[in-house]
Design a protein. Structure first.
Length: 381
């Protein structure tokens, strides 16, 4: 009996302490998808993940890469002649006509809103010179962005290659990159678009397939849908509430609309942005040479829970002044390293305020005064 009482007391105490352990926000999220991620756009911090690094089939969310490459090509105003190969692409279509000429910008809208595979091939042929040439550009850009679990084999995401794969994390990285482009951001967030029809008096009208954007979730700002028989449902969306910009990705998610809403709602309830480093003069640097003369050109915000706000540390690494600077002080004289939980999360350049010195002494005089101060000799003897 005594042993039984001790066991009960032990279990109760254990349960109490387990309950006191802080839980991650992701503990309250349960998604249908085989792979998922929730990322804060500005910092890239991962707020929730499930098998996020697993390479999987991605279907038409592939077209995010196709779209950003088209936009960055600088050819958006060019007219594209549609080939027979483009017209006969399988699956979803914007019903292009062989030989028609259509603006590249219109093709990108058709690609993103209606997931046109014909548009994807037409874009690839025009921007890359050929499908193979465009696929090379896709993989080159993926490497540049840091998509280490990705290999593209086509511009549309159809299951015509075994090695056309990516991960939820990589697709979030790609979306984060793309959302920094204002043209992509506009196209991705467009609900309805009209494009001139080459053979009719009426325009083609394309309504976005992203139901989170068009009807289900008011905070949605963009994204891309996807589906093939082998990949199943894939979805990338973006959302903004207050100052918090989030990116959600699900791969093979039978209930993906609700998966994304649940991730967003949990993220907005759990996290808020805090300003870790303010734009402008860095007051913490009181070195005689740099005091009131160095600054950062933009602020840095980071998403945290209410219990994480005191876990930041900022380290300032400054270049040592030297005689070579007398006539030309560098614009960048150091860096600010932001640590969160003792891990570096951001490095920012520190700039020198050129031509704003109020002290009339020359650089050499200031350098000499610093030197004499260091060896303990006063300027008056």
């Amino acid at each position: 009996m005594k042993n039984m009482k001790k066991l009960i007391i032990f279990l109760l105490v254990s349960a109490f302490f387990i309950a006191m352990i802080p839980q991650k926000a992701s503990a309250s999220i349960s998604v249908s998808a085989q792979s998922a991620i929730l990322m804060e756009q500005g910092s890239g911090r991962v707020l929730y993940e499930k098998n996020a690094d697993k390479p999987m089939r991605i279907a038409s969310i592939t077209k995010i890469m196709t779209a950003i490459l088209a936009i960055e090509s600088g050819k958006m105003d060019e007219m594209v002649k549609v080939s027979e190969k483009a017209v006969h692409a399988e699956g979803s279509s914007i019903y292009l006509i062989p030989g028609e000429k259509i603006k590249l910008e219109d093709l990108v809208y058709g690609l993103m809103l209606r997931s046109g595979n014909d548009a994807a091939v037409a874009i690839a042929e025009h921007v890359g010179g050929s499908l193979d040439g465009f696929v090379y550009l896709m993989n080159q850009k993926a490497e540049e962005i840091g998509m280490t679990n990705t290999h593209f084999a086509n511009p549309h995401g159809l299951d015509d290659h075994e090695n056309h794969l990516s991960s939820a994390y990589d697709m979030a990285l790609l979306t984060r990159y793309a959302m920094n482009n204002s043209k992509y951001k506009k196209i991705s967030g467009t609900k309805v678009y009209k494009s001139p029809h080459p053979e009719e008096n009426w325009d083609r009208k394309w309504t976005n397939k992203n139901r989170l954007l068009t009807e289900l979730y008011d905070y949605t700002t963009g994204g891309k849908t996807g589906f093939t028989k082998r990949a199943k449902r894939t979805l990338v969306t973006t959302a903004t509430k207050g100052k918090l910009d989030l990116i959600a990705v699900t791969l093979n998610g039978p209930d993906d609309w609700n998966d994304h809403i649940q991730m967003y709602e949990t993220g907005y309830k759990t996290y808020s942005l805090v300003e870790v480093l303010s734009e402008g003069t860095i007051k913490e640097i009181d070195d005689e040479f740099y005091k009131k003369k160095v600054y950062v050109d933009h602020s840095f915000d980071y998403p945290v829970t209410s219990k994480e706000k005191n876990k930041f540390r900022i380290e300032y690494k400054m270049k040592k002044p030297n005689r070579e600077w007398e006539d030309n002080i560098p614009d960048i004289v150091g860096q600010a390293i932001v640590y969160f939980n003792e891990k570096p999360v951001k490095t920012m350049p520190i700039y020198y305020k050129q031509g704003e010195e109020k002290d009339k002494q020359s650089f050499f005089e200031l350098f000499r005064s610093l030197f004499t101060a260091m060896i303990g000799v006063k300027t008056d003897g």
